[in-house]
Design a protein around this ligand. Structure first.
Ligand code: ARG
Length: 585
């Protein structure tokens, strides 16, 4: 809680006690009600009087009117506030912006402001994200998970948690048998030199399409072949295992390239293949202990008491399921990594699966199961509808990357071709393209569907990643023009009186709270919105509060100090989204 909110709360508390001595309420409960008014002109903080109506037996509007004078008298000594007003049922207060500036600007320039959130936390958190399957194509939809997971890792770290960024790669299962069947029996091409994993994904797609096209005995035959291949894979028959290893590596190499390009790192990578056997043992043990039940030779767990049905854990032929492996995976997370809070970033279509997994873990006696959380997210669709391999509108990663980069080079960097090195052109291209993708994936709440549009995401005006990095580059270039500017030098905060300057100061002041909320609510979109508004506020402020034409040197320095703090904050915020802006564009 910040000092302004707290003091405002103290003022209200004293006022209430004076007017109604027998009224029982804690300072904390009052402070918890304080909000930010929708418009800056109304004030900086507002206290709603609705809850007081019962005690005072009056309408909230009337209460606000009656309280305002006393409140003003109570807080008149405080230099933190400028003015008070009652507005309908609200008590509003305007803070003294130079006081606010004094609190935040020097701290930003000293580098202390952005570590404020990390003071208390120590909890071990694992955030599992991305989790692609080998032998399948990595497409634009998968980028949403990467952007979301990666940003959450950064946000949680900022807030002081000990975070392990984890991946869990799907390298076993039916999809692999399907892909390898096609690879061995239908395919005549040899693999390309690059993007071999993507090529495998195309074989997998071709395989499912081919299967769908078959009927009758032919279909049966093929399905048998695929099952036999799967059995061989599960038995680890040497010849097919060798092919599995080779092709699996093609996918893994692709993934590595993708993460590198996106600037995403993992602290640990799990593979489904490594928890397979352990999962099986856990389930067999669970059945022996009477925890799980046998049904037609298969093993499952009865979760009807939780309204979650019967959850299958092992097939009747003894082969493992997706669920089998999730039990062993969770066990590892708890026991080997000492995880206290476990977050799974996985599509919303797996909601029931995770409810069942967590309920099963609970039954198995894992208390940590109550700190497991599935963060579901909605689909990425194309303007014409859902992506599907049959409709042929799946944008594979390499194509996405190529088209984005081409667009950036042609539309933004052409004019620099002569003067910049190839290296700078390339690295800037990547940064802009990544900013566009990540921002597009993050400026929507996880539960909302996203419509992917390369052109819309790459424009430099409006709510896009490109707009934000342009703003950053622009502020940097403004500040850079004043060579002798020293952000540590003393400034006169009283000079920052313009309402546009005040708006900026308030945004900087609120930054840490927003980052805290963005992590706790699993909504990086809270941060994208704040940064977008910060950039708009900056533009507005810069056009009315010039640095160059400032009335005095002192004012010029104060403005530069403010604007450079905006740049640092913007950079910090963008980094929390996994975006790295270039220094010039
Ligand atoms: N690889 C899986 C899929 O593509 C997602 C894995 C999610 N994580 C988990 N622990 N089950 O559907």
């Amino acid at each position: 809680m910040n000092i302004f909110v707290r003091s405002f709360g103290v003022g209200i508390h004293q006022t209430l006690l004076k007017l109604q001595p027998d009224y029982e309420c804690t300072l904390e409960s009052l402070v918890g009600l304080i909000e930010t008014p929708p418009q800056q002109e109304m004030g900086d903080y507002a206290f709603p009087c609705f809850t007081l109506a019962k005690v005072f037996r009056k309408a909230p509007v009337q209460i606000a009117d009656e309280l305002i004078l006393d409140l003003q008298a109570n807080l008149s000594e405080s230099s933190l506030f400028e003015s008070f007003s009652s507005l309908g049922p609200y008590l509003n207060v305007k803070v003294n912006s130079s006081e606010m500036a004094k609190q935040v600007l020097p701290e930003i320039h000293k580098g202390n402001w952005f570590s404020k959130n990390s003071l208390e936390q120590k909890t071990q958190v694992m955030i599992e994200f991305s989790q692609p399957n080998t032998h399948k194509g990595f497409h634009v939809g998968h980028c949403r998970n990467v952007a979301l997971g990666d940003s959450l890792v950064r946000l949680f770290r900022y807030n002081g948690y000990q975070v392990i960024a984890a991946n869990y790669i799907g390298d076993v299962g039916t999809h692999i048998a399907k892909c390898l069947w096609f690879y061995q029996e239908k395919n005549n091409e040899s693999p390309p030199c690059i993007h071999k994993g993507e090529w495998l994904g195309e074989l997998y797609t071709a395989s499912t399409l081919a299967l769908e096209g078959l009927t009758g005995s032919e279909k049966e035959e093929t399905q048998k072949k695929i099952s036999a291949l799967l059995a061989k894979l599960e038995e680890k028959e040497p010849q097919i295992t060798q092919i599995w290893e080779e092709t699996r590596n093609w996918s893994l190499e692709d993934f590595e390239q993708i993460y590198k390009w996106l600037g995403t790192e993992f602290d640990h990578v799990f593979y489904e293949s490594e928890v397979d056997e352990e999962g099986k043992q856990l389930v067999i043990q669970g059945a022996e202990d009477g925890l799980f039940q046998k049904s037609d030779g298969a093993i499952g767990v009865d979760l009807n008491d939780k309204k979650l049905g019967f959850f299958l854990l092992l097939k009747s032929d003894g082969n493992t399921l997706y669920s089998t492996k999730d039990l062993a995976l969770a066990k590892r997370k708890f026991e080997e990594f000492g995880i206290e809070r476990s977050i799974y970033v996985v599509g919303a279509e797996q909601t029931l699966h995770f409810q069942q997994v967590f309920a099963t873990l609970k039954k198995m006696g894992y208390e940590q199961a109550s700190n497991c959380f599935h963060l579901p997210y909605a689909l990425v669709v194309m303007p014409e509808g859902k992506m599907s391999s049959r409709a042929g509108n799946v944008i594979l990663f390499s194509k996405l990357q190529r088209e984005m980069c081409d667009f950036v080079r042609i539309n933004y960097l052409e004019s620099h071709r002569e003067s910049w090195s190839d290296g700078e052109i390339e690295s800037t291209t990547r940064k802009v393209a990544v900013a566009a993708i990540k921002y597009g994936m993050l400026n929507q709440d996880p539960n909302k569907q996203i419509t992917f549009s390369l052109k819309d995401w790459l424009v430099s005006e409006g709510d896009t990643g490109v707009y934000l990095i342009y703003a950053y580059v622009r502020i940097q270039s403004i500040v850079r023009k004043f060579e002798n500017f020293d952000p540590q030098a003393e400034i006169d905060f009283e000079l920052l009186k313009h309402s546009h300057e005040k708006a900026l100061i308030r945004k900087l002041f609120d930054f840490n709270d927003i980052v805290y909320q963005a992590a706790e609510q699993y909504r990086p979109s809270l941060l994208t919105r704040t940064l977008f508004e910060l950039c708009k506020d900056f533009s507005r402020c810069y056009s009315s509060c010039s640095v160059k034409h400032a009335e005095s040197t002192e004012l010029k320095l104060a403005r530069l100090n403010l604007f450079s703090a905006v740049a640092v904050t913007l950079l910090t915020g963008l980094n929390l989204l996994g975006i790295e802006p270039p220094e010039r564009m």
